[in-house]
Design a binder for this molecule. Structure first.
Ligand SMILES: [Zn+2]
Length: 290
């Protein structure tokens, strides 16, 4: 895995303060606070820590479910660490959807329509303040609003798709239950594979087939890559959303044999085992369990 992702192009934006806000219809969103400051960082610098935190948010939606307040604060904490998921660029067939007349969507768990007018699609992510966007057919103009931070972000990412730049601006929001669903969906293949391999005898052939089908449905749009002539020819991955980066790194971690993903037998924390037989996340849990 290390070699495959030696050079990854993956800059992302997180603000120093996010909050849960409710729209007129009572739906909850996570968005940057009014006085929040943006920070550009590389989420894949420690991809393992990010994937583990995402899985440990996701697991709170399975089995003995955590109380809603605890689920919410775990999601909000994840967003404080890594920013929003970039669902606006993750869901359509292309992050460059602004260049098309409509937004086209492959089958997903969030929006049923296969195609939406651009404004209609954007409405999902701008419940409080609409962006200054004019669009007619494939032509559009977008004006950056706000302080010097907003303009600086636009300039830093000037070669990136417009929608990605828009998703870095302060007024961009993501529905709280969508973030929850995305992290839950990511945890599902892990939980299923755990039962599939560890308790295989408890399931009959049909049940096992269903489990395999459920896991096979996982997978987003593959990130694109290009070849950069650095000190040697290097594959550079382009993730246009945090979610796709997360899903991809998670998939590699799930398939990893020597340091497998595990759920602690004592406290349910998902962790990376240093050896195949490791059952507990820490010494404290091991003493408790043995
Ligand atoms: Zn533990």
């Amino acid at each position: 895995m290390k070699q495959l992702f030696e050079r990854v192009s993956s800059y992302w934006v997180r603000y120093d303060k996010y909050e849960i806000r409710t729209d007129a219809k009572g739906a909850k969103y996570i968005t940057a606070a009014e006085d929040a400051k943006p920070d550009i960082f590389d989420p894949l610098e420690d991809a393992q820590a990010m994937v583990l935190e995402a899985l440990n948010v996701g697991r709170r939606f399975f089995g003995k479910k955590a109380p809603e307040k605890e689920q919410e604060s775990a999601i909000l904490q994840f967003v404080h660490h890594y920013g929003l998921l970039g669902l606006m660029t993750a869901l359509p067939t292309t992050p460059k959807f602004m260049d098309y007349e409509k937004v086209y969507l492959p089958k997903n768990h969030f929006i049923r329509e296969e195609a939406l007018e651009t404004e209609q699609f954007l409405d999902y992510f701008y419940p409080f303040k609409k962006p200054l966007l004019r669009k007619r057919g494939v032509k559009y103009t977008w004006e950056v609003e706000g302080d010097t931070d907003a303009v600086a972000l636009e300039l830093t990412f000037s070669s990136e798709p417009t929608a990605k730049k828009m998703s870095f601006q302060k007024e961009y929001a993501e529905p709280l239950d969508w973030i929850a669903k995305a992290l839950k969906d990511m945890t599902f293949p892990f939980i299923t594979s755990k039962y599939f391999y560890e308790h295989g005898d408890a399931f009959d052939v049909d049940e096992k087939k269903l489990m395999a089908q459920g896991v096979a449905a996982f997978g987003g749009i593959a990130p694109t890559y290009r070849i950069a002539l650095l000190d040697k020819p290097t594959i550079v991955w382009d993730f246009h959303s945090l979610l796709i980066g997360l899903q991809m790194m998670f998939s590699f971690m799930l398939a990893e044999d020597k340091t497998p993903l595990r759920m602690c037998d004592s406290c349910d924390t998902i962790f990376v085992a240093n050896r195949k037989t490791q059952r507990y996340c820490c010494d404290k849990c091991r003493r408790k369990g043995e």
